[in-house]
Structures are given as structure tokens and as C-alpha cells.
Design a protein around this ligand. Structure first.
Ligand code: PEP
Ligand code: MN
Length: 372
């Protein structure tokens, strides 16, 4: 007869407390087994990394495990439920394998927790150093242009002069830069004004000559994926300013830096310069979250190129303020004595009066290290 259990039947039944205690113990046992599984999986991940197998996900292997689990399932859970639980375990294991891999990246804060601070002939970049300004024309065009710009910027306290001698132009018929003559001119003028000289290198064959004249080698956005070039600048003993690619994810950008560090050159400055989006009112979209993430995930200095991000002069001040507010270690801005007649990027370079206004607006933010 059904109904309330009698005192007699209850004596056969285990109490809820008792059952819960057993469940708690099973949880502990499951956890012990899961941890043991995690440790074995981590060893597999390590072995794969050592064998140079970048793909940790192995769908055929996963499928085989699920089929076996299904065939051995004694119930009471359905096969679908058991498979869903194991899929979660597989996913957590894969994350573990991959995160262990990332932990070993040389750019990662997990490998080196303190900020990398570059000291290039007394100019400090990153960490507790006040934010730096990298400024100068888009292209090196003439002695007069470089002389005027360097004299003006040096008087304003700018320590790093930029100027392209090899220009990555969209059209092969556009001004391609002065080449070696530009390198010689840029480095001489910078030296005369007590500044460092940074210029872009686009070709592995030019790394040696550019490194001979420049204090910092720039890898431009279009070459961020040029792995041969990254390795070559990694082998040079010059610091590298690495722009983020036009459509590169943050991860791809950091892996590009890893190429340079893996060749033994740890002096890398990351430079966010805007990414391509559907937006047309700016030349690129400045990704400030990438700056904050790069600062969090890596120990490298991160600067922001407001000129190429915005592609328009009227946004340079607010974007630079925003960049410093999220923790950028410096700002990169193009300055030309006569932007209207510049041979490249004449929409966005600042003239001297424009630069004065720009630096006045940022002066409060440039004196102190920003930190995050
Ligand atoms: C530059 O800085 O001269 C340049 C071409 O920038 P980017 O590579 O970011 O387009
Ligand atoms: Mn430019």
C-alpha cells in the first residue's frame, strides 16, 4: 500500500543528510580525478609544444573518447548528458593546454612581471618613465624640412625624431622615400639636435643599413605579418617600434612581437595605430582597449600613433588624451613644417603651431608616468 512511509520502512531508508554526505564525498573524488586529468593533459600540452605542434585541438581524438564514453555509459544519465559533461571537461583541458603555452611567451607578464623599461642613450621608455613623444614628418623630403622640424621639436623637448626614408605607399607611383640618402639625413639631423632617430625598415635586405643609421627600427603596419622581417629585426641589436597591423588581432600583434623577442631582441615598443573597420569618418579606428590589454598582458612599453589612427588633425588632441588615460607610455605624432605641401599624409600632419597647441593640451599628462 502506498502512502506515508511507516516508521518501519524509514529505518531501511538512508537519511537525506547521509546521502548528501556521500554526494559530497563523490564530489571530492571527482575533483581529485579531474585534477589528476588536468595534470596529465598539461603534460601532453607541454610535449606538443616541444614537438612544435601549435594545434592543441584534435577533433578525431575527441570524437574517439566521446564514442567510448557513450558505449560505456552505465546510466542513469543519458548519453547526451554524459557527453555534454565530458565536452566541458575537454574544453577546460584544451584551455589549460593553450594557456600553459601562452604562459611561456616571452612577451607575457606571466614570464616577466615587471615592466620593461628601455633606456636608449638616456631616453627612458615604459614603466615609471614619463610618457614620451615620437614626432617628425611622415617622409624625409629635404635637408631644409628635416632641419626645421628637428630644431623646432628639440626646442620643445621632444627626444625622438621620426621620418620615413622607405615609404610603404599604396600606389607604386607615389613618393617612395629618399632611401639611403634619407637615412643619412635623418640620423645626422637627429644627432645634431640631441635626438634619437626612428625610421621604418620594410625589407629584410635593408635591416643592416637602416640599423647603421637609426637608433630605433620601425616595423610598419603593413609589415607586421612579415615574419622574415620580424626575425631579422629580432637579430639586429636595435630597439624596434612595432606597429599593429591594419587588420591584426591583438593576439597576432603580440605574436609578431614574440617573433622579435624570440630572436634575442627584447627591446620592443608596441605601437597601436588604429585598425581598419567599416568606419569612414576616421582613416582607421583607434583601439584603446588594445592599449589597455597590451599593457596588462605584456611587460613591453606601448605607445599610440594618433596620426595614422585618426587620419585627421582635429582628433589628435582628444585621442592622445584618451591614449594617455588608458596607460600609453607615449604618443607618436607626425609634424611637418608645411603639411599642405608634404609628399605624403598631408591631411593629418601637424604644422608647428598645431604641434604647440597639441603639446600644450597634453602637458599636464606628459610630466608624470601614467601607470594603469
Ligand atoms: C608611418 O609611421 O610612417 C606609417 C607608414 O605608419 P603605419 O605603418 O602605421 O601605416
Ligand atoms: Mn604617415
Amino acid at each position: 500500500m502506498r502512502g506515508f512511509p511507516t516508521l518501519r520502512s524509514m529505518t531501511h531508508q538512508r537519511s537525506i543528510e547521509d546521502l548528501r554526505a556521500e554526494v559530497d564525498q563523490i564530489n571530492r573524488d571527482l575533483l581529485t580525478l579531474l585534477s589528476k586529468r588536468g595534470e596529465v593533459v598539461a603534460q601532453i600540452g607541454h610535449a606538443k609544444t616541444q614537438e612544435g605542434r601549435p594545434n592543441h585541438y584534435d577533433p578525431a581524438r575527441e570524437d574517439k573518447q566521446l564514442k567510448e564514453i557513450e558505449s560505456l555509459n552505465p546510466g542513469p544519465f543519458t548519453s547526451a548528458a554524459v557527453k555534454a559533461i565530458f565536452k566541458e571537461i575537454f574544453k577546460a583541458s584544451l584551455d589549460l593546454e593553450e594557456s600553459n603555452d601562452k604562459k611561456q611567451l616571452l612577451v607575457s607578464r606571466k614570464v616577466k612581471s615587471e615592466d620593461t623599461v628601455l633606456d636608449i642613450d638616456g631616453v627612458r621608455i615604459g614603466g615609471d618613465a614619463p610618457p614620451i613623444i615620437v614626432a617628425g614628418p611622415c617622409s624625409i623630403e629635404s635637408e631644409d624640412q628635416m632641419e626645421q622640424t628637428a630644431a623646432f621639436l628639440a626646442a620643445k623637448g621632444v627626444k625622438i625624431l621620426r621620418g620615413g626614408a622607405y615609404k610603404p605607399r599604396t600606389s607604386p607611383y607615389g613618393f617612395q622615400g629618399m632611401g639611403v640618402d634619407g637615412l643619412i639625413l635623418g640620423s645626422r639631423v637627429a644627432k645634431e639636435h640631441g635626438m634619437l632617430f626612428v625610421t621604418e625598415v620594410m625589407d629584410t635586405r635593408d635591416v643592416e643599413i637602416v640599423a647603421e643609421h637609426a637608433d630605433i627600427l620601425q616595423v610598419g603596419a603593413r609589415n607586421m605579418h612579415n615574419f622574415a622581417l620580424l626575425r631579422e629585426v629580432g637579430r639586429s641589436r636595435r630597439p624596434v617600434l612595432l606597429k599593429r597591423g591594419l587588420s591584426a588581432t591583438i593576439e597576432e600583434w603580440l605574436y609578431a612581437a614574440e617573433y622579435i623577442l624570440s630572436e634575442g631582441n627584447s627591446e620592443v615598443i608596441l605601437c597601436e595605430r588604429g585598425i581598419r573597420t567599416y568606419e569612414k569618418w576616421t582613416r582607421n579606428t583607434l583601439d584603446l582597449s588594445a592599449v589597455a590589454i597590451a599593457k596588462q598582458e605584456t611587460h613591453l612599453p606601448v605607445i599610440v600613433d594618433v596620426t595614422h589612427a585618426a587620419g585627421r588633425r582635429d582628433l589628435l588632441i582628444p585621442l592622445a588624451k584618451a591614449a594617455l588615460a588608458v596607460g600609453a607610455d607615449g604618443i607618436h605624432v607626425e609634424v611637418h613644417p608645411s603639411p599642405a605641401t608634404a609628399l605624403s599624409d598631408n591631411e593629418q600632419q601637424l604644422d608647428f603651431a598645431g604641434y604647440d597647441k597639441f603639446s600644450d593640451s597634453l602637458s599636464g599628462l606628459l610630466r608624470q608616468p601614467v601607470g594603469v
